[in-house]
Design a protein around this ligand. Structure first.
Ligand code: NAI
Ligand code: MG
Length: 492
């Protein structure tokens, strides 16, 4: 599929400029690391081999980040100037938007249209937090007695940031933006599947003028490079996005040094369609909720509750839409769905599809791998799914939706909440009472009413229950990147 002949709408395949480790402002070879092949998921072909960091390399990165934090120009820089650096980086991303988008699509398989959207999100995030840099304020507190008490908001320190492969550069921006606005120094570990855009951003960060050691990038396996960061005694905080099981491992490993941790994890988000919804919009919305980026979104609307009155018609319309989806070359601007990110993810999805059939759900669309080259999966719909089926409980992270018919409001809220997850939820109705009552009752960090996947850098994002700890985006993220210090002065 990737061998599609170049058309005017096809993005130009980008050059790969960087494969080294970024430590202390320099691109270096590992001292005790190795290499990692990264593939184009549309073909399965290796597109680059990047260097990985061993324990000693991670230690060198931590030492550089510590120096930059305590004694380098960063430690003395005015907050406003930290903001200016973030603005400069945003400008450079904007300037190189098309190249970065193409590199993202090549490496993670998302469509070029979606990658361009991600780059807009990256620019917005860096600018938003650039604006915050000189507005992170303490308070004066009216304590008892003749004292002046005030609070200072200081950086947490050296922060390890471990990110996944589904939104590689956007996750970088969500992590770097608030961390750098608050004056921390960072060591980023990108996902093993998608190291390339982060490396390019490292180049742009140096061009923007971030001092040596402020941002470091170490590629490598989670169990080696990630683990070394998590266990390092001189790392103050770990910010992680990924799988729930990985978060549990990280939380246990981080306990030895009582590191601060924030987690943004998975979901099994309910998307509820009431019979009084605008059906045209709801079909489109439910479609987008599950199939956006091949279902590889932590917020994917993977439990689709449809009120019985409209259930049959709704599934028919959704299935027709799914069958006409253009699946193929992610660099082609007319493609609606690219490949899954890896062979591992492809196999995981096909395993769940098999399980769905075995457990008695009925296949209303898809259900097969598409083609034999690359990791493409047909948009898949399981109808008449029950709450106890595995496909209704586990995060599949692919283009597979479970349709669950329901009768009434209380019942559906109860069923929506019967999950360990609590990241997002959608509701489609014209009744404002129903919409707001649903928004209150469903335990999730984000509720979408008559829309889905609307995420803006200005609003808090994160999970209830096992979907996470802490919030990213908005002012909320700043809480997790500062320590609050109380200063009390005796007045004579
Ligand atoms: P993962 O949680 O293993 O990987 C995410 C990041 O964690 C990567 O950078 C990885 O190298 C790192 N990591 C892995 N093990 C680690 C360890 N022991 N210590 C430190 N860092 C470690 O996720 P994976 O294996 O790529 O995907 C598995 C499933 O996770 C997916 O099928 C999906 O269900 C879920 N997932 C959820 C994401 C989200 O946005 N919430 C993103 C990616 C995956
Ligand atoms: Mg893993």
């Amino acid at each position: 599929m990737a061998s599609v002949i170049s058309s005017p709408t096809r993005a130009k395949p980008p050059a790969i400029s960087q494969t080294h480790l970024l430590i202390d402002g320099k691109w270096v070879l590992p001292t005790d690391g190795g290499t990692l092949d990264t593939v184009n998921p549309a073909t399965g072909a290796t597109i680059a081999t990047v260097f990985t960091a061993g324990k000693n390399d991670v230690d060198l990165a931590v030492k550089a980040a510590r120096r930059a934090l305590e004694s380098g120009p960063w430690s003395r820089m005015d907050a406003a100037d930290r903001g200016v650096l973030l603005f400069k980086l945003a400008d450079l991303v904007e300037k190189h938007r098309e190249e970065l988008a193409a590199l993202e699509s090549l490496n993670c398989g998302k469509t070029i249209v979606d990658s361009r959207g991600d780059m807009t999100g990256v620019v917005n995030t860096l600018r938003y937090y650039g604006g915050w840099a000189d507005k992170i304020e303490g308070r004066t507190v009216p304590v008892r007695g003749n004292f002046l008490s005030y609070t200072l908001r200081q950086p947490v320190g050296v922060v390890g940031q471990i990110i996944p492969w589904n939104f590689p550069l956007l996750m970088l921006a969500w992590k770097w933006g608030p961390a750098l606005a608050c004056g921390n120094t960072v060591i980023l570990k990108p996902a093993e599947q998608t190291p390339l855009t982060a490396l390019r951003l490292g180049e742009l960060a140096l061009e923007a003028g971030f001092p040596a050691g402020v941002v470091n990038i170490v590629n490598g396996l989670g169990e080696i490079t990630g683990d070394a960061l998590v266990r390092h005694t001189d790392v103050d905080k770990i910010a992680f996005t990924g799988h729930v099981e990985t978060a549990k491992i990280i939380q246990k490993a981080a306990a030895d040094t009582l590191k601060r941790t924030t987690f943004e994890l998975g979901g099994k988000s309910p998307n509820v369609i009431f019979a009084d919804a605008d059906l045209d919009q709801a079909v489109e919305g439910a479609f987008h909720a599950i199939y956006f980026h091949c279902g590889q979104c932590c917020t994917a609307g993977s439990r689709l509750f449809v009120q019985k009155k409209i259930h049959k018609e709704f599934v028919e319309r959704l299935a027709a839409r799914a069958k006409s989806r253009r699946v193929g070359d992610p660099l082609d601007a007319s493609t609606e769905q690219g490949p899954q990110v890896s062979q591992e993810q492809l196999e995981k999805i096909l395993h769940y599809v098999n399980l769905g059939t075995k457990e008695g759900a009925s296949l209303a669309a898809g259900g097969q791998r598409k083609g034999s080259e690359g990791y493409f999966v047909e948009p898949t719909i399981f109808d008449n799914v029950t709450d106890s089926m595995t496909i209704a409980k586990d995060e599949i992270f692919g283009p597979v939706v479970s349709v669950l018919p329901f009768e009434g409001f209380d019942e559906v809220v109860d069923r929506a909440n019967k999950t360990f997850y609590g990241l997002a939820a959608g509701v489609w109705t014209k009744d404002i009472d129903k919409a707001h009552n649903y928004a209150r009752a469903v335990k999730a960090g984000t509720i979408w009413v008559n829309c889905y996947h609307v995420v803006d850098t200005t609003t808090p994002f994160g999970g209830f229950k096992m979907s996470g700890q802490g919030r990213e985006n908005g002012e909320s993220a700043l809480e997790h990147y500062t320590e609050t210090k109380t200063v009390t002065v005796k007045l004579g």
